[in-house]
Design a binder for this molecule. Structure first.
Ligand code: 2RA
Length: 296
């Protein structure tokens, strides 16, 4: 197939396909990752996996390179990359945690349809076209019409009432930041946006928060762009942070319902920082830091 003007050969991902490779970027469903990742590892290949198959395995590092690159030093051939909404939320929360020490966090997400996949982008487009033509709107991917709507349901519901996506945000945030007891509550919502997720974060910290210091830390953090001048209508939006390497952070203010609390907003590309880009950045950062790609 032709990609970006270059001809590439596509091969079936059989175990032998990994012979002689240093790094494999996996972007497949969990079952495929589980079947093929060990085959790649057997052949001396480092697997950077985007599925949820290995994320919570205590023997496998779950990595956002701006936060816990050091965790890759203990890898045994597989390194997991987090869920999109987690990676994006932490680009705002982690630098603030470094300054003030996070105690608890509430996340409310505004997730684009590309997080579901190509069929969902087509469904939003088809519903938009049908509305414009005055035709009946049909749905297949989501349980409700997504055009002119929001759907508070991403992944399946667990016995505690939280969805899989909401549970991932809690568990993955804890693992990546090395805070196993961190209190997190998330509400994950699908919105009629094509690309880039946003997260409204309300966090309580151990130490008193200083807005100027918070802004300085965010501006200096490699994964974040600070856009925080509401008086001049400057804050991040998903459109502006589509196809951007960094995530936008803004709307910083003291949280009026929490002690030592901060409220803020993050927008980031779910297909880049939330997916493919994070895996590539792990590989680049490991090479730059001289961390061996080969498992011990
Ligand atoms: C979503 N988190 O946005 C998913 C994609 N992995 O639905």
């Amino acid at each position: 197939m032709e990609v970006g003007g270059k001809k590439l050969t596509v091969q079936e991902a059989k175990p032998e396909a990994f012979d002689g490779l240093d790094i494999a970027l996996f972007a497949a469903e969990g079952a495929i990752a589980k079947a093929l990742a060990p085959e790649a590892v057997k052949r001396g290949c480092l697997v950077l996996d985007k599925s949820s198959a290995f994320r919570m395995d205590p023997t496998i590092p779950l990595v956002v390179p701006e936060i816990n690159l050091e965790a890759t030093r203990s890898h045994r051939g597989i390194i997991a990359s987090p869920n999109c909404s987690t990676a994006i939320a932490l680009m705002g929360l982690y630098p603030l945690h470094q300054l003030f020490g996070v105690k608890r966090a509430f996340f409310a997400t505004y997730q684009s349809v590309s997080g579901t996949g190509a069929d969902a982008i087509d469904e939003l487009e088809a519903q938009t076209q049908a509305y414009a033509k005055g035709e009946a709107l049909t749905k297949k991917v989501y349980p409700y019409q997504i055009f002119q709507n929001v759907i508070p349901h991403i992944d399946s519901f667990g016995g505690d009432g939280y969805t899989g996506e909401e549970t991932k945000m809690r568990e993955e945030s804890r693992k990546i930041m090395g805070l196993p007891a961190l209190k997190v509550s998330a509400t994950c919502v699908r919105v009629p946006v094509v690309r880039a997720h946003s997260v409204a974060v309300n966090a309580e910290f151990e130490r008193p928060v200083d807005l100027a210091a918070a802004r300085q830390a965010l501006a200096a953090f490699p994964g974040a762009s600070l856009l925080d001048d509401p008086a001049n209508k400057v804050y991040p939006t998903p459109l502006d942070f589509s196809r951007q390497v960094k995530c936008g952070v803004g709307r910083l203010r003291h949280d009026t319902a929490l002690d030592n609390g901060l409220a803020f907003w993050v927008s980031g590309d779910n297909l880049w920082k939330g997916a493919a880009l994070n895996s590539i950045q792990i590989a680049e950062a490991m090479i730059k830091a001289g961390i061996p790609l080969k498992a011990k």
